[in-house]
Design a protein around this ligand. Sequence first.
Ligand SMILES: *Cc1c(COP(=O)(O)O)cnc(C)c1O
Length: 378
Amino acid sequence: MIPFLDLKSINARYREELIAAASRVIDSGWYIQGAEVDAFEQEFADYCGTQFCIGVASGLDALILTLRAWKELGRLQQGDEIIVPANTYIASILAITENGLKPVLVDPDETTCNLSVDKTAAAITQNTKAILAVHLYGQLAPMPQLMALAKQHNLLVLEDAAQAHGASLNGKKSGNWGHAAGFSFYPGKNLGALGDGGAVTTNDEVLAQTIRALGNYGSHKKYENDYQGVNSRLDEMQAALLRVKLHFLDRDTRHRQKIALAYAAGIDNNRIVQPIAGSATIEGMANHVFHLYVVRTSDRQALQQHLLDAGIQTLIHYPIPPHQQKAYCSWNQQKYPISERIHQQVLSLPISPVQSDTQTQEIINSCNQYGIREKIDS
Ligand SMILES: *Cc1c(COP(=O)(O)O)cnc(C)c1O
């Protein structure tokens, strides 16, 4: 069986370093807001190229607290419209509604599954105050164009970089394009902790201080509360483990990109639409860190079953669009045709830093056999 993602093998590669880091924390006697978090925040800010990084409890909290901070700072008001791709993971939208802001869902570009600049521009109204740009599947949204649009209309831009650690365009990394960015360190993410974790990156010092206070009961100074905050902090243990894994992130990303190239060049089946061209090059794909390798096909269930029969596990990201979720039942009648098509057709092939060349070749072969055997059978 080729598993979709083998977290045990992924972390086993750094077993000694992880144990040493965990021991350091255990023996320090200091578990919250200490030297490990300080060091990780500095190292991750340096990695992204930003001035500030604030560790929080999850990727969702990173997004929630950034929007909340903009409200506390008077840059957003209750009811303001926030543009967000209609096909994003639900967390992007939860962060908006949690703050009493209004998500304006926009059908994405059908090829990249990211925000389309034209459709974003068309969705801007007098009430639009921000764009939540999601780097879905690990590919940067069109940030130069979105930032230009935002500047023209005086909008804030929050990147949802939960799937895109290290993706870059013209040498500028995810997390350093918008006015702020939210990252997730959920175990399955490209930079994954051994538990929950998240961070905000920004070059805005006032915003950074506000987010830090909001995640710490609303307090800048112990026992003095400026805001009605929450408890949302990255802990010392996760920070120490993440410091180990950050060293290997670029190496792991290159491995993901190599698998993506092999798929793009090797899968040759007109029933399977790939996310990148067969002629793609490693130099040309810095903007995509392949958190997921998502193909599209008209009969997804048949392809998923075909691969499963060959011992290959695949997943669907995501099966139900946000506007069709029970949680947002008042939107259920709305229509986002591109997003709906994407949700019906996408299938994620295995891709991970521990996937071997043999496994990759097996997956390619099996994709190429799809439709051939089925035809003979019938
Ligand atoms: C994982 C993810 C989140 C949420 O991160 P958590 O750490 O799980 O809260 C937000 N947005 C996107 C696009 C994600 O993939």
